[in-house]
Design a protein around this ligand. Structure first.
Ligand SMILES: Cc1cc2nc3c(=O)[nH]c(=O)nc-3n(C[C@H](O)[C@H](O)[C@H](O)COP(=O)(O)O)c2cc1C
Length: 186
């Protein structure tokens, strides 16, 4: 069965992680539901050579962050998992408190209440106590907090390799591993 995955790109640094994730999900034939926040669009433009339209074209469906009537806003829509990649501290805070201000937060909230897989690629440094508490809170509620922290044992030579390694670990958790992913001991 085709995997139905929601992808949120929020305005934390690391838009390229979200783009790479969408590329890999497309290759695997997943049905993707993409929501890019206003600041997610900004970081795509600022940090990458991608046009926002081209990033959106990688997804099967694109929803506006303000569209609370999108299918992924309801638990009745049979979504398999959601990844927020990258996940800003603001979006994390919204998810941690159940304050579903936009569709990324709402769809994540739905994943938690429906006990579906929710992966948050949180990105900020250094972390305040508030950030850490919010990560604990979402972890207690069932989310997987997965900051895109590079592994150096794979000896990455390029930014693309650094990004691919972290995205590969996310795909492992979605049950859609990348063939040839560099792994310790293999
Ligand atoms: C270039 C740029 C980089 C940013 N990087 C981060 C970051 O790494 N982590 C973070 O939490 N916020 C970061 N921010 C701030 C968020 O974009 C801001 O808090 C925004 O309100 C998040 O909204 P959103 O979660 O709806 O996308 C960054 C902003 C800009 C313009």
């Amino acid at each position: 069965m085709t995997a139905k995955i929601a992808v949120g790109i929020s305005g934390a640094s690391g838009a390229l992680y979200g783009v790479r994730l969408l590329e890999e999900l497309k290759k695997r034939g997943a049905e993707t539901h993409l929501v890019v926040s206003v600041w997610g669009e900004y970081t795509i433009r600022e940090e990458t050579d991608w046009r926002v339209e081209d990033v959106k074209a990688l997804a099967t469906h694109v929803h506006e962050p303000s569209d609370m009537a999108a299918p992924i806003s309801s638990g009745s829509f049979p979504l398999d998992a959601m990844v927020v990649c990258p996940c800003s501290m603001k979006t994390l805070a919204g998810i941690a408190t159940g304050f579903s201000e936009d569709l990324i937060m709402r769809a994540a909230d739905v994943c938690l209440k429906e006990r579906r897989k929710l992966i948050l690629c949180t990105r900020e440094t250094p972390l305040s106590r508030i950030h850490i508490e919010n990560m604990l809170r979402v972890t207690d509620a069932g989310a997987i907090v997965m900051p895109p922290v590079p592994a150096f044992y794979t000896r990455p030579q390029t930014i693309e390799e650094v990004v691919a390694q972290s995205v590969g670990r996310v795909l492992d958790h979605l049950g859609l591993p990348i063939k040839g992913q560099k792994r310790w001991g293999m």
